[in-house]
Design a protein around this ligand. Sequence first.
Ligand SMILES: [Zn+2]
Length: 89
Amino acid sequence: MEPFAGTAAGRLSVEDAGAEMKRPHSGARLNLPLYLKGETNLEILARSVLVALGKAPDEAERASCLAVVQEAANDPDNHPLDCECEGCA
Ligand SMILES: [Zn+2]
């Protein structure tokens, strides 16, 4: 059971973050390949996920939200079809 689903309003599930990365034309979908190539950072990727989902984590929740976004970003299932990262190659 993943620990962040359905808790405080600012919390984020890996599933929600992953879905946002796969949603056509979403900011997260555009930012994910850049993040995987090291051309943008986790902070920016996370912001595009959180803004799209209308979540505004407070300071205490920020680190766990970043960890959730990072976990979703590391899952090849969430990557674009033409992804060339190590996990997909
Ligand atoms: Zn990949």
